[in-house]
Design a protein around this ligand. Structure first.
Ligand code: TEU
Length: 545
């Protein structure tokens, strides 16, 4: 059922390169998405978020755009994209496009022009600075390793690149550049788009260019004009379009800024992604490390943001996984046995989907796809992972440990082909996939999931139905329970005279629910046949009281 209230919507994220290949070239494409629209309609989602399909050299799989107005031929034509919009709309599905306006590919004609000379009309579309002696303008670090400034021989100046050397940061202080961005956004809105995900959008306002005690985040994260720029973007593009949903990806942000980004009266964004909960297995904040995840910290972060955003009148995305994160069932669940994989995947879904916010389901999460456990560096494709491997070795980490860390943290874990069935390459392609398919595709696949009424798929389908039906899931007050309990994730939602309680056992042991927690009521969803105070391993239950 199409929901009129966007706050009751559920979003499904598609990474087109790994979703479904209809040409046999080993890469997913737009026609492959069209082929699966009925499957997504069966799941019950409302929006489809496509990661970038614009023209790109694909150094960062599309997050390095070289032409905002053209579709990457690897994915298809603009006519294919228009047909996807039409076919989705015919099914009551909406399309949210991922747009990268913090940086472009260095292949973009703006950058090709900009680097020609210091007085080129496009020079100021990017951030060029003189070095200091033989050193870069500042000591900032790139998120993909190395210094954040790249020296360009043509003029001898450095350009800022917070990500890869082939991703040059745009200069949002330039009014003409901003106008070009707004014109492009309006082009795609007029084309039929229903929403945007804005990549690293809280990095667009760079503050002072000074040396940092760390890697420089403090100067450009949630920068001095970021809210002005977002308000101007809103007013010049999607702001007055009813039902148009936007979500900003916020790198290393704060609760206060996220409330400001999403309070409707500020006319900035509808919602935001933040990632604090996905750093609880970073040792001393270092992603490329080994550490069991901190369950109490995970709960603390969830509840801090749930209560803070709700009190502040903002709106959050709620999610476990995306194309940059490892598979959630391997990370916070248990993929060691088939029974634990299924039980813990359902538990994680139930624990998340009763929270307040817009739920995002990453492709394959609905069937419990797992990490890949690659054993050879030749299997990896992700630029961040390949850079990280070199950096870990330079830090003295052994090849064996670096490979083990990648097995748990690499973005490639979520970028393997969607497992459609048990045929070769899991039905993803008739060719050679651009990245290997997970070994377990013969048992973990969509066809098996649809045929099994007890599969993870039907847990997600039921949770989406409940989100559409029950106002309490969208508007209910969030009350944490058992915040310091070492195994149970529990909370209540309250709306008018209704209460829903959710209790999830994150452990592989039988855990007893304390007597002061009332668990009587009618079961909305349960990943076991029955429930009582002795919750079974990975049992989750939602009860309406
Ligand atoms: O990611 C933002 C970002 O900060 C990434 O470094 C990501 O959080 C990190 O890889 C997690 O370990 C966005 C896109 O989602 C990502 O795919 C792009 O590579 C990045 O921006 C640059 O556009």
């Amino acid at each position: 059922m199409a929901v009129s209230d966007w706050k009751k919507s559920v979003v499904y994220q598609i990474y087109p390169k790994s979703f479904n290949d209809t040409t046999g070239n080993g890469q997913g494409d737009i026609n492959g998405i069209i082929e699966k629209l009925d499957y997504l309609k069966t799941l019950g989602v409302d929006y489809l978020w496509l990661t970038p399909v614009y023209r790109s050299p694909m150094n960062d799989n599309g997050y390095d755009i070289s032409d905002y107005y053209e579709i990457n031929p690897d994915f298809g034509t603009k006519e294919d994209f228009k047909r996807l919009l039409d076919e989705a709309h015919a099914r009551g599905l909406k399309i949210m496009s991922d747009i990268v306006i913090n940086h472009t590919s260095t292949d973009h004609h703006w950058f090709v022009e900009s680097r020609q000379s210091k007085d080129n009309p496009y020079r100021d579309y990017y951030i060029w600075k003189d070095g200091i002696g033989d050193n870069p303008p500042t000591n900032w670090g790139s998120k993909f390793g190395g210094n954040a400034w790249q020296k360009d021989e043509v003029t001898g100046q450095y350009y800022l690149r917070l990500f890869d050397v082939t991703q040059a940061d745009l200069n949002w202080e330039n009014d003409k550049l901003r106008r070009e961005i707004y014109d492009m956004i309006n082009y795609w809105i007029d084309f039929g788009m229903d929403g945007f995900r804005f990549d690293v959008i809280n990095l667009i306002s760079k503050g002072e260019y000074k040396n940092s005690e760390a890697i420089g985040k403090e100067f450009y994260t949630d920068g001095p004009r970021v809210h002005d720029f977002l308000h101007e973007l809103n007013r010049n593009t999607f702001g007055d379009r009813d039902g148009f949903m936007t979500v900003g990806e916020m790198s290393s942000t704060t609760l206060e800024h996220c409330i400001a980004y999403t309070k409707p009266e500020r006319q900035e964004l509808s919602s935001v992604f933040n990632f604090h909960h996905l750093k609880v297995d970073y040792k001393d904040g270092e992603k490329w490390s080994e550490m069991p995840y901190d369950f109490i910290e995970l709960k603390n972060i969830f509840f801090k943001w749930q209560i803070g955003i709700q009190a502040g009148g903002g709106w959050n995305a709620i999610f476990w996984c995306n194309h940059d994160q490892p598979r959630v069932v391997s990370r916070f669940g248990n993929d060691a046995t088939e029974e634990n994989r299924v039980k813990s995947a359902k538990m994680l879904a139930i624990a998340l989907h009763f929270l307040q916010g817009t739920p995002y389901i990453y492709q394959g999460e609905e069937i419990g796809m797992t990490n890949l456990y690659f054993e050879d560096m030749k299997q990896y494709r992700d630029i961040e992972s390949l850079n990280a491997y070199q950096i870990m070795k330079e830090r003295g980490i052994s090849e064996e440990q670096a490979l083990r860390i990648l097995q748990h943290k690499s973005r490639d874990n979520s970028r393997s082909p969607v497992q459609w069935d048990d045929s070769e390459n899991a039905g993803f392609t008739t060719g050679t996939p651009w990245i290997e398919t997970a070994k377990n595709y013969q048992t973990v696949n969509v066809r098996q999931a649809l045929a099994d009424k007890n599969s993870i798929f039907y847990t997600y389908q039921r949770l989406i139905e409940l989100r559409h039906e029950l106002d309490i899931m969208t508007y209910g007050k969030v009350l944490p329970l058992l915040e310091k309990h070492p195994e149970l994730f529990a909370y209540e939602r309250q709306l008018d005279d209704q209460t829903v309680i959710v209790i999830a056992n994150f452990s592989d042991k039988v855990i007893y629910v304390p007597e002061d927690i009332a668990i009587d009521g009618d079961v909305l969803i349960n990943n076991y046949e029955t429930y009582n105070r002795a919750l079974q391993p990975y049992q989750a239950v939602a009860i309406r009281k």
